[in-house]
Design a protein around this ligand. Structure first.
Ligand SMILES: Nc1ncnc2c1ncn2[C@@H]1O[C@H](COP(=O)(O)OP(=O)(O)OP(=O)(O)O)[C@@H](O)[C@H]1O
Length: 457
């Protein structure tokens, strides 16, 4: 890989000496003031910058140099900056190191020593990059049952690992089949409540008139048919975790009762006047837009704040960079084993189809398709047809319009090019034949993460 150095120096004599010193081994760019230095930083993306603190309009002081140092580190925190100071200028050198410069060098210029300092900075930059790369390689999730490779899901798993040991009430949002229940169980399994019950109830699946007694329980004789006293889900989760799935569908009248429970941690069984204390951690999930429900008057705002002390927004599979194929492969392996068809593998065309398809039903849909393919595959190769995915579409699903087709393809091409270029923006834009600003506009538009770091979304 070419090592790129930016020399920021206003003295033409020193500029040429330094250029002479490095241009055999390095790709060198020279800038003589703040503005041209920032342009060069953006264009050349140097790994190392030597920065003379005394720049115009303050060549005798260091104010301009310090402002530039700050800006370089803000724009490109991984860049190693070596500040170049006057002979007696230790104070500014120390201040620059405190601000984040990686090293300093005092004039007058000695080619050997400066080369040594610059090489050391390059080595440091390379080690940091390697380290980041290795961290990504082994950053598969530790969360049981969750298969993920995308920065988006790995970020969610890391948040989950931090949230799980606490008792905060957590709201998990996301489209159907994205793994909300799986994440709720993982929160329970990673908490100190793991050996206590995990009780789940789907608020949308139970008729409104039964939901209250299901949740809160009832006393014998409290209504026709109540022939015995029964604990509700909340009580049965005592000591453990209560998972309220599809909380967005909870009727208004029950929302008030649930809010009271969350505030007081006491359960009022239907027909009882004796509240019962219950110790549960509550995790909720919904595929609905709760903010819109609040605006429409269908969800209590005060309840929303109670249940969303922490929110995990699970992205759909189509927005996770790299997850579709990784999950499909893991499913093929486990379903193949279960169905006595081990060693099945996707053909290249099937893998492309998996990556190109929009997966509106997310992982649940993927399970169905992979199960079907496991049954249908003729030899060891699973084809796109076995998956009922032809040209990245299911046969019965047509994309909305040409714009949608174009956008899906564009997004996919950008993600692939970024990976192929190791997330180097300059290389990626060259590969795609667009300018860097155009690439940035596109990555913003499609909300594509442009760094290999596994930042969450
Ligand atoms: N990242 C993943 N890795 C492996 N399996 C997954 C993953 N995400 C989801 N699944 C599986 O997909 C299926 C659907 O997941 P889950 O029921 O948790 O989704 P959900 O978001 O709660 O769906 P719904 O909103 O429809 O209730 C489950 O069988 C689950 O085990």
């Amino acid at each position: 890989m070419t090592r790129r150095l930016l020399i920021v120096e206003d003295d033409p004599g020193l500029q040429s000496q330094m250029r002479w010193c490095f241009s055999d081994d390095l790709e060198v760019t020279v800038a003589s003031d703040r503005e041209s230095a920032l342009t060069a930083l953006r264009r050349a993306e140097p790994d190392v910058v030597t920065l003379d603190l005394g720049l115009p309009p303050d060549p005798g002081g260091a104010t301009e140099g310090f402002s530039l140092l700050e800006e370089i580190l803000r724009l490109s925190p991984g860049t190693k900056v070596i500040v170049v100071t006057g002979r007696e200028d230790k104070e500014n050198a120390v201040k620059a190191i405190g601000m984040g410069a990686c090293d300093f060098y005092q004039k007058p210029l000695d080619a050997d020593i400066l080369s040594f300092v610059v090489n050391r900075a390059f080595r440091l930059a390379e080690l940091e990059r390697e380290n980041e790369y290795l961290a990504i390689q082994r950053s598969g999730t530790n969360v049981k049952g969750i298969v993920a490779a995308s920065p988006q899901m790995l970020g969610i798993c890391r948040t989950l690992e931090k949230v799980a040991p606490t008792d905060v009430t957590t709201l998990i949002t996301g489209e159907t089949g994205t793994g909300k229940e799986l994440l709720a169980r993982a929160i329970h399994d990673l908490s100190h409540r793991a050996d206590k019950p995990f009780a789940a109830i789907n608020c949308a699946a139970i008729p409104e008139n039964l939901l209250e007694s299901e949740l809160f329980g009832f006393e014998k004789g409290s209504f026709t048919g109540a022939t015995h006293t029964k604990k509700g889900k909340i009580e049965s989760a005592n000591g453990g975790t209560l998972f309220l799935d599809e909380i967005g569908d909870m009727p208004m009248a029950l929302q008030a009762k649930l809010l009271r429970f969350l505030q007081e941690r006491m359960v009022d069984r239907v027909g009882s006047v004796q509240p019962i204390p219950v110790d549960v951690r509550v995790v909720c999930a919904t595929h609905r837009d709760v903010r819109a429900l609040i605006e429409a008057g269908d969800f209590r705002e005060d309840l929303y704040y109670r249940i969303s002390e922490i929110t995990l927004d699970v992205p759909p599979v189509r927005e996770r960079d790299g997850d579709a194929l990784v999950i499909a492969q893991s499913l093929l392996k486990s379903l193949g084993k279960q169905m006595d068809r081990p060693n099945l593998a996707f053909s290249e065309e099937a893998a492309n189809a998996i990556n190109g398809y929009g997966w509106p039903g997310n992982v649940r849909e993927m399970i169905n398709k992979v199960k079907r393919a496991t049954i249908m595959a003729d030899g060891k190769r699973v084809t796109a047809e076995d998956l009922e995915l032809v040209n990245g579409q299911t046969s019965d699903q047509i994309q909305l319009n040409l714009r949608q087709v174009r956008e899906t393809a564009e997004r996919q091409a950008i993600v692939q090019a970024l990976r192929a270029c190791n997330f180097n923006i300059a290389q990626t834009s060259r590969l795609l034949g667009v300018t860097r600003p155009t690439l940035y506009n596109l990555t913003d538009k499609y909300r594509i993460n442009t760094s290999p770091e596994t930042s969450g979304t």
